[in-house]
Design a protein around this ligand. Structure first.
Ligand code: TPP
Ligand code: MG
Length: 277
């Protein structure tokens, strides 16, 4: 259970992560801002309270692993990793602005703290399944967390991975599905309906919880409770608002891959005190 002070701190810090991501996307003129803003609260809670890591030794063998399977949402992952000490915050300025930057439009494991190159949807989650299986084979205690999109679960590979994780009893694996109901150009249920999602995961042998992905108490409680069923992998279906925290972008399909114009930035600056670019 988080104290009111914990919740306030998480909220204030997550707001800073969002601001930085908005600035980075605006400066670069590119980025998947909506998808990245949506997962900020889950990401920040994970890195602040749950993941075991040493930013000075990113390949510490005992560390927990986080795989951003929906790799296009990397803006807020980059900011989170910088704020948690994996690399200098100064590097954030190079995001999609310098040839050979370590901070491209999709995450690469050349960057300290990134566990796998992701962006091709349906793959990161399966890499996470493999890492969780490796922990079992090696008798290691680390946990593997992976964040996937709801549209991403239309990929067949997700269900092969889900089946394998249950088969191998990977109770050290936690998947978070960003249930924002949107994908690239339309609503998920218009493109290809994935409901009933909780029942699907349960029928594949997973423990399932559904939460509000912006409620820190619920995020923290679900992450603390995993594994939900002994011997089974766990999935948290997090109801998320795509674009959360940037009012013009919230729940707007076009903000999947849109960034603020100079005019929009000025408008949002008045509301959010974003500061100079
Ligand atoms: C295999 C593959 N196909 C298509 C794409 C292009 N693509 C990038 S993001 C995206 C939509 C993803 O929707 P969702 O998983 O719901 O993520 P959200 O942005 O809503 O969090 C698509 C189709 C991709 N990255 N990988
Ligand atoms: Mg989605």
């Amino acid at each position: 259970m988080l104290t009111a002070e914990d919740v306030n701190r998480l909220r204030t810090e997550a707001a800073e992560v969002r601001k930085e991501a908005i600035k980075m996307a605006t400066r670069a003129g590119t980025g998947h801002l909506g998808p990245a803003l949506g997962i900020t609260d889950v990401l920040w809670t994970l890195y602040s309270r749950h993941l075991k890591y040493d930013p000075k030794n990113p390949s510490w063998p005992e560390r927990d692993r986080l795989i951003l399977s929906k790799g296009h949402s990397c803006l807020t992952l980059y900011v989170t990793l910088a704020k948690k000490g994996f690399f200098a915050e100064e590097l954030l300025k190079t995001y999609c602005r310098e040839l050979d930057t370590l901070l491209g439009g999709h995450p690469e494991c050349r960057l300290p703290g990134v566990e796998a190159n992701t962006g091709s949807l349906g793959h990161g989650f399966c890499i996470g399944v493999g890492m969780a299986l490796a922990a079992k084979v090696d008798r290691k205690d680390y946990k593997v967390y992976t964040i996937l999109g709801d549209g991403e679960t239309q990929e067949g590979s997700i269900w092969e991975g889900a089946m394998a994780a249950a088969h191998y009893k990977l109770d050290n694996l936690v998947a978070v599905v960003d249930r924002n109901n949107l994908q690239v150009s339309n609503y998920v249920d218009k493109v290809m309906n994935i409901d009933p999602l909780a029942e699907k995961w349960a029928s594949f042998g997973w423990g399932v919880r559904e939460i509000d992905g912006h409620d820190y108490q619920q995020i923290d409680a679900a992450l603390s409770a995993a594994p939900f069923i002994p011997g089974k992998p766990s999935v948290i279906i997090a109801r998320i608002v795509k674009g959360k925290g940037l009012p013009i972008a919230e729940n707007k399909v076009e903000w999947h891959h849109k960034v603020p114009t100079a005019e929009e930035y000025r408008e949002m600056d008045k509301l959010l005190s974003l500061g100079n670019l």
